[in-house]
Design a protein around this ligand. Structure first.
Ligand SMILES: Nc1ncnc2c1ncn2[C@@H]1O[C@H](COP(=O)(O)OP(=O)(O)OP(=O)(O)O)[C@@H](O)[C@H]1O
Ligand SMILES: [Mg+2]
Length: 385
C-alpha cells in the first residue's frame, strides 16, 4: 500500500517485517545517528543495485511495518523484486539483513588485550546490580558483540532471572575452581547461551552457585593460594578468548570476593584507560551515599596495596522516582555533582523490569520497546560507544 502524504516527497509504505529485524534496524540506525527511514532507503537502494544472488531470510512472525520512501522508490522496488521472483517482504528482509551485515556495530578491537571487563558493583543490596548487568549485556549483545555474563553472586539472582537453574552447592562451579577445589571440570561446561533472536547466540552466562557464599572465608584461609585477589582472573582467562565483553554481576558484599572482581576489572597493560573498569549502581537516597564511601575506601585500599589502575567508569542511578521529592532530587544532584565518576544513566523505577524478572526473560526480549529497554541501550552506548 502506498499513500502520497509527505511534504518532503516521500511516500508512506507498509510492508511486513519480522519484529526482531525491525528492532535491529532501529537500534543500528540510532547508533549511526540516522533516521530509520533513511536506513531502510539505503538498504533497498543497495539491494536493487546488487544483481547477485541474495540469500533467503527467515520471515516468519512478520508484522506490519510502516516507513517512508522517496517518491517512486516503492514502485521500482516492487518491480525489481518481481523480476527476481522475491515476495516483497522477503526482498525487504534481505535488503535490511544485508544492510546490517555491511554496517557492523563498532566494537573496539580485542586482539591485543582481550575482552573489555565490566564490573557491576555496590555492596549495598537491592540497588539493581543484577538488573543493570543483564540489561547492559543484552544491549551490547544486541549490537553484534559477544558478551559473557558472570553470575558472581551466591544468591544466583542473575542465573534464575534469565530462566536458568543455579548450580547446586555440590556441583563444580567458578567458586570451587577459584579455591582450587575443582580441577577437572572445564568452566565452559557451566556456560549457557541466553537464547533470543535479538542476541543471535552472542550472549552467554556463566551460571552462579550458592557455594560462592563460602568464597570470602575460604579465600582468606585457602592453603596454596599465592595471591588471593587473582583467582577470578586466573579462571576467567580460559573463557575470554571467545568474547568481546565480560560483565561481572557482583554480590552485595565487600571482602576477598569483591577484591577479586576489582582486580579483574583493572586496566591492563596496553588497554585504553577507560575501557575495562567499574560501574557503580546506586539509588538516589542517603544510604546509597554512605555505601558509596565504603566502596571507595575498599577500592583505594586494593588499588594502593596492589598498585593497580582501576577505572571508575561511571555511576548508574537506578530505581529513580522524582515523586519521592527532595531526597530523590537532591541525591541525584549529589551524584551528578561528583563529576568523576560521571553519572552514565538515570533509570526510572518501571514495571517492565520487575515483570521480566517474574517471567524469567531477558528485559530486551520481554519488552524491547519499553522505556526501560531504551535506558539500558543508552547506558550501553554511553559506556562502550
Ligand atoms: N529500574 C528498575 N525498575 C523497577 N524495578 C527494578 C529496577 N531495577 C531493579 N529492579 C528490581 O529491583 C529488585 C532488586 O534489583 P536487583 O536484583 O537487580 O538488585 P541487586 O543490587 O542486584 O540486588 P542484590 O544486592 O541482592 O544482588 C529486583 O526485583 C529488580 O527486578
Ligand atoms: Mg544482584
Amino acid at each position: 500500500m502506498t499513500v502520497k502524504d509527505d511534504p518532503m516527497g516521500r511516500e508512506k509504505v507498509a510492508i511486513k517485517l519480522p519484529a526482531v529485524l525491525r528492532q535491529r534496524i532501529k537500534v543500528r540506525a540510532a547508533q549511526l545517528g540516522m533516521d530509520m527511514q533513511d536506513a531502510v532507503t539505503e538498504a533497498i537502494q543497495a539491494w536493487m543495485a546488487d544483481g547477485a544472488e541474495h540469500p533467503l531470510v527467515e520471515t516468519s512472525g512478520a508484522a506490519n511495518f510502516t516507513t517512508h520512501l522517496p517518491e517512486g522508490m516503492n514502485e521500482e522496488f516492487r518491480k525489481v523484486a518481481k523480476s527476481r521472483k522475491a515476495a516483497l517482504n522477503q526482498a525487504l528482509a534481505q535488503a535490511l539483513t544485508e544492510w546490517l551485515r555491511d554496517r557492523p556495530a563498532s566494537h573496539r578491537q580485542r586482539e591485543a588485550t582481550g575482552p573489555v571487563r565490566l564490573i557491576v558493583c555496590n555492596q549495598k543490596g537491592g540497588v539493581g546490580k543484577t538488573a543493570i548487568s543483564a540489561g547492559l549485556a543484552e544491549s551490547i549483545a544486541e549490537r553484534d558483540a559477544r558478551v559473557l555474563l558472570i553470575d558472581f553472586d551466591p544468591q544466583c539472582h542473575l542465573t534464575s532471572q534469565l530462566g536458568f537453574k543455579p548450580l547446586g552447592i555440590d556441583d563444580p562451579s567458578l567458586a570451587k575452581r577459584m579455591l582450587g577445589e575443582e580441577k577437572r571440570v572445564d568452566l565452559r561446561s557451566l556456560v549457557v547461551p541466553v537464547e533470543s533472536e535479538l542476541f543471535g547466540g552472542r550472549l552467554h552466562l556463566l551460571k552462579g552457585s550458592p557455594y560462592a557464599f563460602l568464597l570470602d572465608a575460604k579465600l582468606a584461609t585457602a592453603p596454596g593460594l599465592r595471591v588471593r585477589e587473582t583467582a577470578l582472573e586466573r579462571e576467567l582467562m580460559a573463557l575470554e578468548e571467545e568474547y568481546d565483553y565480560v560483565i561481572v554481576d557482583c554480590p552485595p558484599s565487600l571482602g576477598y570476593t569483591m577484591d577479586n572482581a576489582l582486580y579483574y576489572g583493572r586496566t591492563r597493560d596496553g588497554e585504553d584507560a577507560d575501557s575495562s573498569g567499574v560501574l557503580i549502581v546506586v539509588q538516589a537516597e542517603d544510604s546509597s551515599a554512605d555505601a558509596y564511601e565504603l566502596l571507595m575506601t575498599q577500592i583505594s585500599a586494593i588499588t594502593g596495596d596492589m598498585d593497580l589502575r582501576l577505572a571508575l567508569l561511571g555511576i548508574v542511578v537506578n530505581l529513580y522516582d522524582s515523586r519521592r521529592g527532595y531526597i530523590a532530587t537532591s541525591s541525584l544532584q549529589g551524584w551528578r555533582d561528583l563529576g568523576t565518576p560521571p553519572v552514565l544513566g538515570v533509570i526510572p523505577d518501571l514495571k517492565e523490569q520487575r515483570e521480566a524478572v517474574r517471567v524469567k526473560q531477558p528485559l530486551l526480549e520481554y519488552a524491547p520497546e519499553s522505556e526501560q529497554a531504551s535506558c539500558m541501550r543508552e547506558l550501553a552506548r554511553r559506556l562502550v560507544g
